[in-house]
Design a protein around this ligand. Structure first.
Ligand code: NDP
Length: 252
């Protein structure tokens, strides 16, 4: 059973599809007001419409986590509409696979900018809100979506794995600064989850490989992963599910 999230205000990055979309829906269903961030405004508008029609509260905010001005404008928009935030889900990410010899520094840079610097930028944007909420006696959560790729190795995804290892390590380090101030840091490492993530690969051979692995072991639905996240942020505030690896049972 879930404690409800009524009265809480969440931000979910990468809410235009996949895990982020499912997380936004489930947080809203449990009573949180949810700011939806991503670059595709139409997707966000549709999602906000769906949540609102279901009796929830959602705000679509077009934002690119790789852009300072865009994130600052998003913060302002959210503060105007909802006030301070107490639940931040750092979910926006890209996964681009290629052998390291291909030397795709363009892809490496995109992954680092989005998966690492983007996460840091969003943390910077909302740290003040989280610390203030916790000081006020309210539950405050920072949730980072890393990946099992932070630990398990996959050929041709070295740089993606490195960005996710950075996220997991960052979560660990942040707890030393945030934990004593009652801001909970939850690091979630999903295995295969059904989403658009692998469709952005421009190497057809690699895409087939991933499809093959996925077919062999299956994948969690985005909703199943969102359910795990909703559970973690619904615990009493002194209980921190710090590290969660959520994988299909058959994934090795
Ligand atoms: P999706 O591709 O469906 O979702 C990624 C989301 O991030 C999209 O909504 C996208 O929206 C958004 N996004 C990408 N770049 C930016 C940006 N610069 N600024 C703002 N938003 C951005 O894939 P998933 O749902 O699978 O991915 C979500 C997270 O889960 C990622 O961090 C991924 O690494 C992680 N993950 C996924 C796994 C899986 O098997 N699916 C396994 C382990 C981890 P838009 O393009 O509109 O900006």
């Amino acid at each position: 059973s879930y404690e409800n999230l009524t009265g809480r205000t969440a931000v979910v990055t990468g809410a235009a599809s996949g895990i982020g979309e499912a997380v936004a829906v489930q947080l809203a269903e449990r009573g949180a007001r949810v700011a939806l961030l991503a670059r595709r405004g139409q997707r966000l508008d549709e999602l906000a419409g769906k949540i609102t029609a279901g009796g929830g509260a959602a705000l679509a905010v077009v934002a690119d986590v790789t852009d300072d001005a865009s994130v600052s404008a998003a913060v302002q928009r959210i503060h105007e509409a909802y006030g301070a935030v107490d639940l931040v889900v750092n979910n926006a990410g890209v996964m681009l696979g290629n052998p390291v010899d291909a030397g795709r520094i363009d892809e490496w840079q995109r992954m680092i900018d989005t998966n690492v610097t983007g996460v840091l930028r969003v943390i910077r944007a909302f740290t003040g809100d989280l610390v203030a909420a916790a000081a006020d006696g309210r539950t405050a959560d920072l949730v980072n979506i890393s990946s099992v790729a932070a630990h398990l190795t996959f050929p041709n995804y070295a740089v993606y794995g490195a960005t996710k290892a950075a996220v997991t390590y960052l979560s660990q380090c942040l707890r030393t600064e945030f934990g004593p101030r009652d801001v909970r840091v939850t690091n979630i490492e999903p295995g295969f989850v059904e989403s658009e993530l692998r469709l952005h690969n421009d190497n057809a051979e690699l895409s087939e490989q991933v499809d093959g692995m996925l077919e062999a072991v299956g994948a969690l639905s985005a909703g199943e992963l969102a359910d795990v996240l909703a559970y973690a942020v619904s615990r009493p505030r002194h209980v921190n599910l710090r590290q969660i690896m959520a994988m299909p049972t058959r994934q090795a």
